[in-house]
Structures are given as C-alpha cells and as structure tokens.
Design a protein around this ligand. Structure first.
Ligand code: F6P
Ligand code: MN
Length: 312
C-alpha cells in the first residue's frame, strides 16, 4: 500500500484503489470513478427535490419527471468533459448524443434515474450504466466492456463489473466509495422471485412458470424498481427477476440498451444468467435505441427453468 495514506483509510479499499488493484485500464477506471461521483450529485438532487422535506405536498408528480431530466443533465455534462466518452445514449434522449471529439474510446448508455416515480414513497431507486467500446448496434457480448448501477436507498451503493467479477461499494460519510463485497458470486439456486407485469397480461407459459415458483416456496420480493429488485437478487446470492412478454406487448416493458444489457453483464459476471426466454440478453442484437425485450434474470437454476417453461 502506498505511503501518505491517512490512517483512517489504511484499512479500507476505496473504489479507485480497487479498480487499480484489479488491473482495469486507466481510462475505464477514471470513467467509472466519474460516474460514481455523479451518483453523489444525483443523490443530492433527490434530497433537494424532496417536497416532503420542504413541507410541500407532492400533488402533481412533476418533481419526479424533473428529477429524471436533471439526473440526465448532470451525467451528460460530467461525461462531456471527461475526455473518455464519444457518445452518450440515454433513456431520457430520443437519439444518441455525440458528446466528445469523436476519437474517445467509450460510448456510455444510461438510465439516469430508474424508478423515479418511487421517489415519494421513499423506496430505493437507481442509476444504470453500460459502457461500450464500439457501436452499441451490436450484441452486448461484442460491445460491452463494463456496467454499473448505483442504488439510492437507506445506503448509497455502487455495484460494478469491468469483466473481472462483481464488486459492491458503499458510500461512507466521508464521501468515499468503500469496498463492501468483493467478487460476488450467486448460488446455483435462490429463494426469491420478482415478477413484473400484470398477471392478467401474462402468457400461459409464463403464468405456469410463476405458479411453479410459488408452489416451490419462492418468496415474492417486488418493489417496482428495477435497480433494487435486481440488487436483492445479487446481494441475496440468487433468485429470479422477470419482466415477461405481455399479451399486448410481446417485447415486454424494459429497455435492452439502458436497463437489460448492463444488468445482464453484471449478472453473468456474478455467475448468474439473463435471457429473453430463448436467447441470452447479451446475444441479442440492438437495432434501435429504444428496443425492448422480455427478461428472465437471476441465478442459473431459475433462468434455465424459465427457458423450459417458455419452450412448452
Ligand atoms: O423503468 C421501468 C420500471 O420503472 C422499472 O424500474 C421497474 O422494474 C418496472 O418499470 C416496473 O414496472 P411495473 O410498474 O409494470 O411493475
Ligand atoms: Mn428505467
């Protein structure tokens, strides 16, 4: 360990040091660090916009919308000046925005504030990021180099993978992201399920799958926020999150580029799986920025079981 480190940090591993020890190349390290810092600003905005804190009643729901856009602006502006990002694709923007000079290494995809409609309930929400090296119009397996998400809950946590395992950091009171769990690995099988969509809109095969999970004793854990719902599968070392094809929307609800690819990248790195029922999420070709896909993501036993039910 290097000299000159304050006593109180001697025994902790912060995010920058962890990435350095992991041998992640310098530009990617700096980019991930910058995005983690953006998480602090977004968290501050969440606090600031809290009308309960200010004694207001949240009647119009406009704050949540504004919060999405503010988070997007903060992220985009930060990345604009980073020197590492040539394009920025966000759930908040219709098209991919060129934000660099053109020769920068990375393209960043973002769902800047997922689950923002949950803000007034004080449930956890999050930021989801994918980092790509070539065009995003490819499959994730070819184009992705890293992914991360930040949870804004009782604690602020950041989970990242740059292709060398999955690691969790907690933002401490000094503003440092401190390593809390290294090399997170899922068990083969979990004990919880998070089923998205309305039961009346599910297909028969999906319904049978969920019935089986219920009769096998899986516990229902669905918050309605994609980030915390995925996070509990990761932190509890298994389980399944699904957002299936619905009768009226066969591509489901969630977006491939901004939501599904980053979580699939992290889940695979933790030893889990993610499919649309037939193909791995990271094998699907992205042809448009707002492409959606059904998803079954979690520990491998439950994902494999989903594939069996859906093929029947
Ligand atoms: O971004 C979409 C989202 O809010 C996710 O965070 C969440 O998983 C999903 O929608 C919840 O959808 P529903 O309200 O249909 O359960
Ligand atoms: Mn979202």
């Amino acid at each position: 360990m290097s000299e000159g480190i304050n006593d109180h940090t001697r025994y902790i591993v912060d995010l920058r040091r962890h990435m350095w020890m992991d041998g992640i190349e310098v530009e990617l390290r700096r980019l991930i660090w910058q995005i983690a810092v953006v998480g602090k600003y977004i968290s501050a905005k969440i606090h600031e916009s809290n009308r309960k804190l200010a004694g207001f009643k949240n009647v119009y729901g406009e704050d949540q919308l504004a919060l999405d856009r503010i988070s997007d602006d903060i992220l985009k502006n930060m990345l604009k000046n980073s020197g590492f990002v040539r394009e920025y694709a966000s759930e908040e923007l219709k098209e991919i925005a060129p934000i660099g000079q053109g020769q920068e290494k990375y393209i960043v995809t973002a769902d800047p504030l997922d689950g923002s409609s949950l803000v007034d309930t004080n449930l956890a929400i999050g930021t989801i990021i994918g980092i790509h090296k070539n065009s995003v119009f490819d499959c994730g397996r070819n184009s992705m180099v890293a992914a991360l998400y930040i949870t804004y809950g009782p604690l602020i946590t950041m989970i990242y993978s740059a292709g060398k395992g999955v690691h969790e950091f907690v933002l401490d009171r000094e503003g440092e992201y401190v390593l809390s769990e290294e090399n997170i690995r899922l068990n083969e099988k979990g004990a919880i399920f998070s089923p998205g969509g309305l039961r009346r809109d599910w297909t028969d095969s999906h319904k049978r799958y969920i019935d089986r999970l219920e009769s096998d004793g899986y516990k229902l854990r669905y918050s309605g926020g994609f980030v915390p719902d995925i996070n509990q599968v990761i932190i509890k070392r298994g389980g399944i999150f699904s957002y299936p094809a619905l009768k009226k929307s066969p591509q489901g609800k969630l977006r491939l580029l901004f939501e599904l690819q980053p979580m699939a990248f992290i889940m695979e790195q933790a030893g889990g799986r993610a499919t649309n029922g037939k193909e791995d999420i990271l094998s699907l070709n992205v042809t448009s920025v707002d492409q959606r896909s059904p998803i079954y993501i979690g520990s491998s036993a439950e994902v494999t079981m989903a594939e069996k039910f859906l093929s029947q």
